[in-house]
Design a protein around this ligand. Structure first.
Ligand code: FAD
Length: 486
């Protein structure tokens, strides 16, 4: 028997975007219901268990945790303190038999990169850190971004925002142009190093990545945080916060239609449940939305889906070893020594559980998540991939060689589509590119009153800090629409 329910606010999807929005709204006293298709939360930052071992399915790294940054602001706002360990080094990058240590301290890193690739590196990296600092401060507390109404443009025109004008070219000029300007573009090893670092952070290489977001991507290893137990644990704090503040999360509720009916938004689920709400916050990808929405929401979503018609897919692998390793950080990016069929980047990203994290797996067991870029229509079977990925993993992290491997599984784009429902297994959001400036991404405020769009295919894009920022901005906009101050 279909169940018709009313809620002031319905949130679709229990990934980091949806959970963050719901937790903030519940904390402010709004009646919130989260609808999630899967039987657990987390989406691309979710987890699965094998016996006493937990595996992060995709995302493994936090950044943006300082008090003025999105993750820091979110958890402070909710009076929660996630258990995050700053990694120093933030990452190891293994390239052509050499290990480049991404020291967390910017000055130590700049000394190291300058001694490896030349003194002109100094000014380049100082510029990147300077841009990074300005961007974070600029985008904090600007819910009117991207501007989508006269009021938003007026808010943007405030004198305090004028200093940001010098950053605007960074949305349409590439990281490659910035590298040329600083004379750091002609070393092919450095160029590959930059391209692979940008690919994991902006989903684009230097030729297309805007220098504005590219600067955030290249400097994030200075602020890389490992969540004890896995990426799902801070998300679990959000789930608990939602419930403690009177909100609810309904699992196995796959939303199949969204429409505007008789002045309210109506959301239907595959099990027959129907929800009517004044506000609906959608966090599922724009391509999925275009398929399930009707009327004006569908027209809007189709327009943006057509303008952003493709994205990356992921190939992932999950391994467990017995013993202890000697890595100084949880994160290794390794350039491939030989090609892997179906892999469309030059590197793999490997997250190795620190020995002392006994929440993720018991003492003496090391779990590993490996990820790399792929295309939907060009992927061998998991069985074929397994052999290549095992070899690539041991090449990347020889510290694991000699430790007995007790588990190995592969995830393909089809696996990702099955578990997250994401169209074509597209993950990692919309690639940042100069061809589609940041402000033209699907905005959080849509033309349909009460219908909001967040998640990694909406402004400001992919990664947990960005989707949390989109949720924060949307909550502020909803409060303003309701006549409440934040
Ligand atoms: C391999 C990989 C590695 C990554 N590494 C990092 C990293 O280290 N650090 C980082 O910050 N980011 C990383 N990212 C990116 C980051 O994980 C995502 O950008 C972010 O988690 C997206 O969150 P979201 O809430 O927007 O979407 P999702 O996580 O996709 O959540 C959407 C939710 O909606 C649900 N859903 C879908 N359709 C429906 C429907 N019809 N009805 C109801 N529910 C539905 C899904 O089940 C899912 O739970 C990585 C991504 C991948 C794939």
């Amino acid at each position: 028997m279909p169940l018709m329910q009313s809620s002031h606010i319905v949130v679709i999807g229990a990934g980091y975007a949806g959970l963050s929005a719901a937790a903030l709204l519940a904390k402010r006293g709004y009646q919130v219901v989260v609808l999630e298709a899967h039987d657990t939360f987390g989406g691309c930052a979710s987890f699965y268990r094998r016996g006493s071992m937990t595996f992060d399915v995709g995302a493994t790294t936090f950044s943006g945790v300082q008090p003025w940054q999105p993750v820091g602001r979110l958890f402070a706002d909710l009076d929660e303190k996630p258990e995050l360990e700053r990694q120093d080094p933030g990452m190891l990058v293994r390239i052509d038999g050499e290990t480049i240590v991404r020291h967390a301290d910017p000055n130590t890193w700049i000394d190291a990169i300058a001694s490896r690739f030349g003194q002109q590196q100094r000014e380049f990296w100082h510029t990147l850190y300077h841009i990074e600092e300005r961007v974070w401060r600029l985008i904090a507390n600007k819910p009117y971004l991207p501007p989508s109404s006269v009021a938003d443009w007026l808010a943007m025109a405030k004198p305090s925002n004028l200093s940001a004008l010098s950053l605007l070219p960074g949305m349409v000029r590439s990281m490659q142009q910035l590298m040329v300007r600083h004379g750091v573009h002609d070393n092919p090893v450095f160029q590959r190093f930059i391209n692979e670092q940008l690919l994991i952070s902006t989903q684009s290489t230097a030729e297309h990545a805007p220098w504005l977001t590219g600067a955030l991507g290249l400097t994030y290893p200075s602020e890389t945080y490992y969540p004890i137990g896995g990426m799902y644990r801070p998300a679990l704090q959000l789930v608990r916060s939602i419930k403690a503040n009177g909100g609810s999360i309904h699992y196995r509720r796959s939303v199949t239609s969204i429409d505007v009916r008789k002045g309210a938004l109506e959301v239907r689920c595959a099990n027959g449940d129907v929800y009517r709400a004044k506000h609906v916050i959608n966090s599922i990808p724009i391509w999925n939305l275009a398929r399930i929405a009707s009327g004006p929401i569908q027209s809007w979503a189709r327009h943006h889906a057509a303008n952003n018609s493709s994205a990356w897919c992921a190939i992932t692998a999950y391994a467990a070893f017995e013993g202890y390793h000697t890595l100084p950080t949880a994160y290794v990016q390794a350039h491939l020594q030989r090609p892997i069929p179906g892999v469309h980047s030059g590197s793999i990203f490997v997250t190795v559980k620190p020995n002392h994290d006994h929440v993720k797996a018991p003492d003496g067991v090391v779990t590993v998540t490996l990820s790399t870029h792929a295309r939907w229509d060009d992927v061998p079977t998991a069985d074929v991939l397994a052999g290549y990925l095992q070899r690539a993993l041991l090449d990347a992290v020889p510290e694991l060689a000699g430790m007995p491997m007790k588990h190995f599984e592969v995830g393909t784009p089809a696996t990702w589509q099955r578990y997250t429902l994401r169209h074509n297994g597209y993950v990692g959001g919309l690639p940042h590119t100069t061809r589609r400036p940041l402000l033209r991404m699907p905005p959080n405020r849509t033309p349909v009153p009460g219908f909001w769009m967040i998640g990694d295919t909406a402004f400001p894009g992919q990664g947990t800090p960005s989707v949390i920022l989109g949720a924060q901005n949307t909550v502020q906009r909803i409060m303003a629409a309701e006549g409440h101050s934040s």
